[in-house]
Design a protein around this ligand. Structure first.
Ligand code: ATP
Length: 285
């Protein structure tokens, strides 16, 4: 399990001031005091609107940037001190079409990325063969990536993300810009990676229905803080109307909008659908 406790990240920007050409220092508190867990065999979602701090969070969890404060462990090992050990056990895939060499074939891409992990030649060839099968690109393995459809490129991205046999896979907007059929294929693949192959998956997505379909547990991030957490059922429970009133099930999207508005004190979340009592920010701790 990956466990983050009280993680924060502040970016320090040095900007030139117009006055006397002096440098001004500006601090951006991108993520503040977040605690979360990513268990193996489960899909954990991090949802939030643009600028909420999702990318900063995922990059800290993947040891690509160092937290300003807080602790991060992987299977009990300090991930900040042992970031090279951590990087061997994690991989990250972003949506879009970056990170692939277009003139190379699928096989050549995987061979290149595998060589970066120092995997032996024989083992690498076997792994590439299996991965191409897993993502359904066996027949297209010798075609240059520039001739692939968007869905094929994304499947190859997933194969690239699995080349080091990571225990944890971070997916940043994995179905961005894909049509519904291809997105469905990718979602099925993500589901099987967690449920059949035991990977710990962290997913960020703008598509709420995708989170609803895939995520075992969801963290809602806004303005750098976790403002709610829970299973989708627990999140929906926050706004469930109390007994003797007509209960109308809200979509997860409606629930998330209400959670964000309420956290920002914008009123809409305070309507009759609010649940009773205590900590409104947490569906389940
Ligand atoms: N390298 C950086 N230097 C300075 N500020 C940054 C940097 N990266 C992110 N930020 C700022 O930190 C905040 C959180 O950004 P982040 O990219 O983590 O959010 P996000 O939820 O991933 O947004 P999006 O969905 O738009 O990608 C924003 O205010 C952003 O401008």
């Amino acid at each position: 399990m990956i466990q983050a406790e009280h993680l924060s990240k502040t970016y320090v920007l040095k900007e030139k001031s117009h006055l006397f050409g002096k440098r001004k220092v500006r601090q951006i508190s991108a993520v503040r005091d977040i605690s979360l867990e990513i268990p193996k065999g489960k899909i954990t979602g991090v949802l939030g609107i643009n600028g909420a701090g999702k990318t900063t969070t995922i990059r800290m969890l993947a040891s690509l940037i160092t937290p300003t404060s807080g602790s991060l462990t992987m299977d009990g090992v300090d991930a900040v001190k042992n970031h090279l050990w951590v990087k061997e056990r994690i991989n990250m895939i972003s949506g879009g079409e970056r990170n692939l060499y277009w003139r190379l074939t699928a096989q050549e891409n995987l061979r290149y990325f595998g060589s970066l992990y120092g995997i032996g030649k024989k083992e690498l060839e076997e792994r590439i063969g299996e991965l191409l099968k897993t993502v359904g690109l066996e027949e297209a393995k010798d075609i240059p990536v520039e001739r692939y459809s968007k869905g094929m490129k994304q499947r190859l991205q997933i194969a690239r993300g699995l080349i080091n046999e990571p225990e944890y896979l971070f997916l940043d907007e994995p179905t961005l810009g894909l049509d519904i059929l291809i997105a469905k294929e990718i979602r099925e693949l993500i589901h099987s990676l967690a449920k059949e192959r035991g990977k710990g998956i962290l997913l960020t997505t703008h598509y709420i229905s995708e989170a609803e379909e895939l995520c075992d547990y969801i963290y809602v991030l806004d303005q750098g803080q976790i403002i709610a957490r829970g299973t989708k059922e627990e999140l929906k429970e926050i706004f469930k109307v109390k007994p003797r009133m007509v209960v109308q099930e809200m979509s997860l999207e409606e629930v998330l909008m209400k959670i964000i508005k309420r956290s920002r004190g914008e009123g809409d979340g305070k309507d009759s659908a609010c649940h009773e009592g205590g900590d409104h920010q947490t569906a389940a701790v």
